[in-house]
Design a protein around this ligand. Structure first.
Ligand SMILES: C[S@@+](CC[C@H](N)C(=O)[O-])C[C@H]1O[C@@H](n2cnc3c(N)ncnc32)[C@H](O)[C@@H]1O
Length: 194
């Protein structure tokens, strides 16, 4: 389904995303074609999933994939990640937030477009529930290093181990592409500090 907020000028209530407050909500920032999220939502019918994606074509692909698979626990919000995270999503609503292969903006003059900033980390701390997790993957070593410096400096987050195969985690569309090209993938997992 699509998530169309009733009002873009106030924070959503959690039940406006999915009605059952007792279910865990996971959010995929920049969900692309939705392969990762449909895989995860199919595997975890007991959890709810929200994909955030700004490109219309990709948001539509994710939405169609969810419809074809008849996934009632997956919605797609077509919006800018920063706006959704900072202004729209309710406090303590998500058990996990995924940021998988964010655009690395390699040119120095474009670095200011990178998502992982101190403001982004503060927003993660607000939107994640106590004990909630943030999961990051990228093939870009320089962006990974820069992001880790910012994430480690955040008073809201602490790094935790993420062993291979620790839990079901489908490969994303971009992950398959980069692995196919022999690139190395870096990953990190953080938890909201107690
Ligand atoms: C490199 S792709 C990765 C897609 C997917 N996560 C994957 O791993 O296959 C980055 C995605 O994030 C989306 N994106 C980048 N910046 C965004 C932003 N500020 N707001 C919303 N979506 C964004 C892009 O449109 C694109 O679909």
């Amino acid at each position: 389904m699509q998530l169309i907020p009733p009002d873009y000028f106030r924070r959503l209530d959690k039940e406006e995303i999915f009605p059952d407050q007792q279910r865990k909500l996971e959010i995929d920032l920049g969900c692309g074609d939705g392969s990762f999220l449909t895989g995860l939502a199919g595997h975890h019918p007991e959890r709810d999933f929200l994909g955030v994606e700004r490109l219309l074509g990709r948001a539509r692909k994710s939405y169609r994939k969810a419809c074809r698979a008849d996934l009632k626990n997956l919605k797609v919000l077509r919006l800018e990640i920063s706006y959704a995270l900072e202004w729209l999503l309710p406090d303590s609503c998500a058990s996990r937030i995924h940021l998988l292969f964010p655009d690395p903006w390699p040119k120095k003059k474009h670095h200011k477009r990178r998502l992982v900033t101190a403001e982004f980390c503060a927003a993660l701390g607000r939107v994640l529930e106590p004990g909630g997790e943030f999961l990051l993957k990228t093939d870009d070593a320089e962006y990974f290093e820069e992001s880790m410096v910012v994430l480690m400096a955040s008073p809201d987050l602490e790094e935790i181990a993420w062993e291979d195969g620790a839990f079901f985690y489908p490969q994303t569309d971009f992950e398959c592409r980069w692995l196919g090209q022999g690139k190395t993938i870096q990953s990190a997992r953080f938890r909201v500090s107690a």
